[in-house]
Design a protein around this ligand. Structure first.
Ligand SMILES: [Ca+2]
Length: 54
């Protein structure tokens, strides 16, 4: 396998893992998700988006 393939697979696994963690942690109630968009509110605040309750 070439180096670029390993880098691409690594990036996909990393992004997939973050999405998987976001959905699982919010559906199980492990992470706070007041606006119910399956993105942990902690993560939304990190990216500068203040989660608001509907
Ligand atoms: Ca949220």
């Amino acid at each position: 396998m070439s180096d670029i393939t390993i880098v691409i697979i690594g990036a996909v696994v990393l992004v997939g893992g973050v999405i998987l963690y976001a959905v699982i942690s919010t559906t199980t109630g492990y992470e706070e998700d007041i606006n119910q968009n399956y993105v942990p509110d902690r993560m939304e605040r990190f990216f500068g988006k203040e989660p608001k309750k509907k």
